[in-house]
Design a protein around this ligand. Sequence first.
Ligand SMILES: Nc1ncnc2c1ncn2[C@@H]1O[C@H](COP(=O)(O)OP(=O)(O)OP(=O)(O)O)[C@@H](O)[C@H]1O
Length: 237
Amino acid sequence: WLQLPRTAGGGGRRELAPHGWGEGPWLAPSHGGFPFVPSPESQAEASRGPKIYTRTGDQGFSSTYTGERRSKDDQIFEALGTTDELSSAIGVASELSQESGHTFVEQLHKVQCMLQDIGSNIATPLSSAREAHLKRTSFSEKPVLELEQWIDKYSEQLPPLTTFILPSGGKSSAALHFSRAICRRAERCAVPLVQAGEADANVAKYLNRLSDFLFILARYAAMKEGKEEKIYKKNEP
Ligand SMILES: Nc1ncnc2c1ncn2[C@@H]1O[C@H](COP(=O)(O)OP(=O)(O)OP(=O)(O)O)[C@@H](O)[C@H]1O
């Protein structure tokens, strides 16, 4: 799931799917250059199973899905890496929530899949994308609207918020708050790409809405588990 092989077009050089990006462009059999004819070495390698490393990133540069080589401190890799961190944090929150019997883990699973799609869109800068790239990596508004429905559904069941609450409320809840904070960082990373016209505007919208969903879910988890949410108290001298 984590590392799916893809093969660079032409020379038979194998590259690996980014950590955590199992879907979207990363399943493409080539990086451009269809049809791909595997070299004898890559066929032999495939029968042994692919290695996780190619060493092509050792000089601090890596590839976008459109085939550009960019420095690893480029905004694209920053956003990709942060989206990956977000999905990992949601993975922890989801495992803890499952242990407590929460049914919303199915929605968290769906969110993690959406984050794969977001990674695909981010990895495909629109300025160098061709029609075939765009077809595989576009990100629509539909998942944003779905998140809004989920937010409304859970919000209705919560007591109104009368004070600032702190990340707390039991393990599931605290892990969801932690995911929320990472989500906001992912949004900050994605926004410059959207503003530059390199990523889809729906990516930033989704991340913006997702942090609200994670906040509501954190409160919902605390309520369902009967755990206390710590509140902010001003420290008077
Ligand atoms: N440090 C990173 N943070 C976020 N995304 C990255 C990072 N390094 C690479 N990527 C993205 O993830 C994809 C796969 O990562 P991978 O580690 O295989 O790349 P690499 O470092 O270029 O290659 P290798 O590890 O084989 O030398 C890359 O094609 C790139 O899009």
